[in-house]
Design a protein around this ligand. Structure first.
Ligand SMILES: Cc1cc2nc3c(=O)[nH]c(=O)nc-3n(C[C@H](O)[C@H](O)[C@H](O)COP(=O)(O)OP(=O)(O)OC[C@H]3O[C@@H](n4cnc5c(N)ncnc54)[C@H](O)[C@@H]3O)c2cc1C
Length: 378
């Protein structure tokens, strides 16, 4: 590997402290880049549910240095049990240990727990974080970008990274003609509950809807369910519990017991799924979009978070290898756009098959092919 990073970037501003932003901050600060990070939320990182760590997401976070903490504070395991609607096992899928033979290949973690891990690492590395703050303008020439912040202050940087999520304002600023996210026809329901002691891996139940469970701590798991809804809905908070129980009504066995134990205290979220893929360079000069700002996917391959982390890792890799900043952006795109197309494209196809009522004979092969592809080196 080359060592050109410091030739191209000595200072960086990161807009957005979700998952991709902190990953980029950590990777750059580890290499001596002076990093500022702003997030529009005052109380950033407090909210959130479980994140499933696919093999892609799990490896990316481990590559970033979080293997031990994920094993301690999340729950890593080695695969997925597929069941019919009443809980009969129809298949077992083993997940390869992509990071190391000592670290299980997939798992789950609570988003605030992941946020704490990343925030602490940024603090150790001297990343300057400002919350409740964002950028109002970005002006650049060939060598630098001057950012104006909401508090009226300004700063000049060699690189600005827009990691401000699916509805990115940085994207609007630098690519006003970029497409907007599109509703995909499904709503993702998530609920948290105790982990049955005998469940050692993820579980999925294939019925009229798809229901999955991800352990995210040693005694907790979250459920996800994908509902097909033609027009993008909005559900009031008091509708959530009865509606989720109705969606789970066709299931029997253990899943019925879990459904019946759900009550007003069960944390439940319902989120219409939207997606976007920028099929063009993700940078305009020295402003680069990463993560959901460039490629927001649906959760069918549980890999959106990992894709954001991979972006950060590949960015530093390519800045090191390339002789020019422009060359680094080109080689970054050559690695990331095909992977973005794979993950977003196949996730959307899986969602379309589910909405068309396809059976496992159609969904299974695409899922298998997608899981093999995301396990390839990035
Ligand atoms: C229902 C659902 C379930 C999912 N499940 C999984 C899963 O199981 N596994 C997985 O790997 N991925 C999953 N994903 C995808 C994953 O959550 C995203 O891909 C990932 O969070 C992207 O990270 P990011 O840093 O790009 O954006 P985000 O995590 O969205 O972070 C964006 C950050 O930018 C901040 N921000 C927003 N606007 C501004 C602004 N104007 N200025 C400054 N800051 C701003 C926000 O406060 C936030 O902190 C799921 C997504 C959805 C919708």
């Amino acid at each position: 590997m080359g060592d050109n990073l410091s030739k191209h970037v000595k200072s960086a501003l990161i807009v957005g402290g979700g998952i991709g932003g902190p990953a980029a901050a950590i990777r750059l600060a580890e290499r001596g880049v002076a990093v500022d990070l702003v997030d529009i939320e005052e109380n950033w990182g407090v909210a959130g549910t479980g994140v499933t760590l696919s093999s892609l997401t799990c490896r990316a976070l481990c590559d970033l240095g979080f293997a031990d903490e994920l094993m301690e504070k999340g729950k890593l395991h080695d695969g997925l049990t597929m069941c019919d609607p009443v809980g009969n096992v129809v298949a077992e899928h083993d997940t390869p240990r992509l990071y190391s033979p000592d670290v299980p290949g997939e798992g789950g973690v609570m988003r605030p727990v992941l946020h704490d891990m990343m925030a602490r690492r940024m603090e150790e590395l001297g990343v300057k974080v400002r919350t409740g703050t964002t950028v109002t303008a970005l002006d650049q020439d060939d060598l630098a970008v001057t950012a104006t912040f909401t508090d009226g202050s300004t700063g000049t940087y060699d690189l600005v990274i827009g990691a401000d999520g699916m509805f990115s304002k940085v994207r609007e600023m630098v690519m006003p003609d970029a497409p907007a996210p599109v509703y995909t026809g499904q709503v993702c329901w998530r609920a948290q509950m105790p982990l049955p002691p005998h469940w050692t891996r993820a579980k999925m139940f294939m019925g009229p809807v798809k229901v999955g469970f991800t352990p995210y701590a040693h005694d907790r798991m979250y459920m996800f369910l994908l509902e097909n809804v033609t027009d993008k809905p909005f559900y009031e908070p008091d509708e959530l519990l009865p509606k989720l129980k109705a969606l789970l009504a066709p299931f029997g066995g253990e899943l019925a017991e879990i459904r019946d134990a759900m009550n007003e205290d069960t944390p439940i979220l319902a989120r219409p799924l939207e997606a976007i893929l920028l099929d063009r360079p993700w940078n305009v000069g020295r402003v680069l979009l990463i993560g959901d700002a460039a490629h927001a996917t649906t959760p069918h391959l549980a890999s959106g978070a990992g894709m954001a982390v991979e972006d950060a890792i590949v960015l530093v890799d390519e800045l090191d290898k390339a002789e020019t900043f422009e060359g680094a952006m080109e080689s970054f795109m050559a690695r990331r756009l095909p992977r973005g197309k794979l993950v977003v494209g196949n996730s959307l196809k899986l969602g379309e098959l589910e909405q068309a009522g396809a059976g496992m004979d159609q969904i299974g092969p695409l899922m298998g092919q997608s899981l093999a592809a995301i396990a390839q080196p990035y």
